[in-house]
Design a binder for this molecule. Structure first.
Ligand SMILES: *Cc1c(COP(=O)(O)O)cnc(C)c1O
Length: 598
């Protein structure tokens, strides 16, 4: 696949002055546009949605990521569900303006020069959040180094550590070269943690890092905010000390050790981020608690994720809201006011997206589905903990339900990481089950190459969003939020955001995990048969359920609300928040004194 065509939106070639930007957001992946392969999944989508809300709400922000010249990958599935991958090549030279600035940093015992390309995220009122995509493909660099910003999550741990050095160290040095000295640096996941070492270097320069004091480290910490996304220790990036020495060199390694940022004799990005951040948070209330238990020596807060409403709301719903609640694009709280719209209008609006989705399925697969039949969606990165195959645990039972409720359609999609053989074999298993289920009332379709476009169509158009992770592995999950925004309830394990979003029979249904997969699958089937299907058959009730999803969950699980919480809790907390009660007490006393005097 080749993506040479210029991205039409968001480009102005002029040099962008970032010297006054207050918040710098760092993320290994950012989903910037449907045609740029600079993301792999949820983390990148969240980053992109965050920046889109920052642009809409006029936040003084700038962002740093890597270019990913060959993207993540495009997924191909053969008739048996065997996944193969191809690069998604694109050319920033013909797509994006240059940052017109290079920086040279030392790593791996040599110099590497980085340039950057700029993508402008343009908000609803025209405010721009510029994103700088670092590119190591610069003449004069070591040939191996020139490929460092090609592949997102490709290569081995050495390649990954080099990429993280480019992101953190390169990103900070680029911002300083552009005249930007951000008040706040936000690490979106541990990949970006080396930015703290970059800040430390910039702080003591031109003196060597060895001259950095505890006070310097504390000053860096006062600048940094860290969001962790991974509820299991195995998910955190770790590197051996030999690799740390090789890539970062003796000075930085010594500083990391001296400031107590190593963990179990490993370079652990999460612990660097924890050590150098004044505010740390998980991405749902449950994930915050789980992270607090993982890192008892730090205080871990929680800010629940959201999605960018204007990005994920279907076109028909956008038209409806533009008419009924025109301020919704700047202020997502107006989603609460959809209670002023008739449920039948909501249902009819959803039906347009369902038709469109089924038409896409027909075009891509030749399979014709029935728009009147209950249609479930399940699409996510094929990681084993997400358990895509749980709903297929007992095909006979599914057929029985489908017969009883008048038909059932399940649309599935998801990529497996190229090196994840367990994930790949899971996709083949699903294909095997689906091909055996040749039954007129039950249709299971696995769609190729789950990406932004397909994610949008699925979350806009299905009737119910299915989610069966193993708790507490789903830190937040955001696809169910996209669905809710479009009036689609979730049938989901109570994990991540769903703990906060589930009102039983109102916004969807909860499934309880079981150690025994058969029991848990049966719980899914029971809910489907006894709760979901009867309500789906009751059209007025179903229409009201759709409206609840938008009013209750759409109004909250959006990135406008989320970013507001980052601004007031993490980026710019009121300086005297901790002392807030004291002035009141003093006032009280003063009043009493004056009363006594009187
Ligand atoms: C929203 C989205 C994700 C993340 O969804 P989860 O529910 O967190 O798994 C991943 N990939 C794509 C293409 C998405 O649109």
């Amino acid at each position: 696949m080749n993506l040479q065509s210029p991205v039409s939106a968001g480009i102005s070639p002029a040099i962008f002055d970032v010297s006054d930007r207050k918040v710098a957001y760092f993320s290994m992946e950012i989903a910037l546009s449907k045609t740029l392969p600079t993301y792999s999944g949820g983390l990148g989508m969240l980053a992109g949605d965050t920046l889109r809300s920052a642009a809409d709400t006029g936040l003084s922000m700038v962002a740093i990521s890597l270019l990913h010249r060959r993207g993540y990958f495009e997924q191909h599935l053969d008739a048996s569900g065997q996944q193969t991958e191809s690069d998604v090549r694109w050319s920033p030279e013909t797509t994006l303006p240059s940052a017109d600035q290079t920086v040279t940093i030392s790593m791996q015992g040599r110099e590497i020069t980085l340039r950057a390309w700029r993508f402008d995220v343009v908000g609803v009122t025209g405010h721009i959040v510029p994103v700088f995509l670092l590119d190591s493909d610069v003449e004069g660099n070591d040939p191996w180094d020139r490929r460092l910003t090609d592949h997102l999550y490709g290569g081995d741990t050495y390649y990954r550590l080099c990429q993280e050095a480019v992101l953190g160290l390169g990103g900070i040095h680029l911002l300083f070269a552009l005249g930007c000295q951000p008040e706040v640096c936000h690490m979106n996941e541990g990949h970006a943690a080396l930015l703290a070492i970059g800040l430390l270097e910039a702080r003591v320069a031109p003196a060597p890092l060895s001259s950095a004091t505890e006070a310097d480290a504390e000053a860096v910490k006062q600048q940094c905010v860290f969001t962790t996304h991974t509820p299991v220790p195995a998910g955190h990036d770790k590197f051996g000390l030999d690799q740390m020495m090789q890539v970062l060199g003796a000075d930085r390694s010594a500083a990391i050790e001296r400031f107590g940022a190593l963990h179990n004799d490993l370079l652990n990005m999460t612990y660097i981020a924890l050590r150098f951040s004044r505010y740390v948070n998980g991405v749902s209330m449950l994930h915050g608690k789980v992270s607090q238990l993982m890192f008892p020596e730090y205080t871990v807060h929680a800010i629940t994720n959201g999605v960018h409403a204007a990005t994920w709301l279907s076109q028909p719903f956008q038209a409806l809201l533009d008419n009924e609640l025109p301020a919704w694009r700047e202020d997502n709280q107006y989603f609460r006011s959809v209670y002023g719209i008739e449920p039948e209008v909501i249902e009819a609006t959803h039906q347009i997206s369902k038709q469109r989705l089924l038409e896409t399925v027909r075009q891509r697969t030749g399979i014709v589905l029935d728009p009147s039949v209950l249609t479930l969606g399940f699409a996510r990165r094929v990681a084993t903990y997400k358990r895509a195959s749980l709903v297929l645990h007992s095909p006979e039972r599914l057929i029985e339900i489908a017969d009883r409720i008048g038909g059932l359609q399940i649309l599935m999609a998801g990529k497996s990481h190229p090196a994840d053989n367990a994930g790949k074999s899971l996709i083949r298993d699903i294909f095997a089950v689906a091909s055996k289920l040749k039954h007129s009332m039950l249709r299971i379709v696995y769609l190729e190459n789950y990406d932004w476009e397909l994610g949008e169509q699925l979350t806009n158009g299905v009737d119910v969003w299915l989610n069966t992770p193993l708790r507490p592995y789903e830190a937040s999950g955001t696809s169910g939020m996209k669905a809710a925004l479009n009036g689609v309830p979730s049938l989901s394990v109570l994990d991540g955001w769903w703990v906060e979003g589930c009102a039983e029979n109102i916004t969807g249904w909860a499934i309880e995990n079981s150690e025994d997969e058969a029991i848990e699958a049966e719980r899914v089937y029971e809910k489907l048969e006894n709760c979901v299907a009867p309500m789906y058959a009751d059209k007025p009730r179903w229409a009201r359920l759709r409206r609840h999803c938008i009013a209750i969950n759409g109004a909250f699980f959006n990135t406008h609300r989320m970013l507001g919480q980052y601004v007031s809790n993490a980026y710019f907390p009121p300086a005297d928040r901790n002392a807030a009660s004291d002035p009141l007490v003093e006032d009280d006393q003063a009043e009493q004194t004056s009363m006594a005097e009187a």
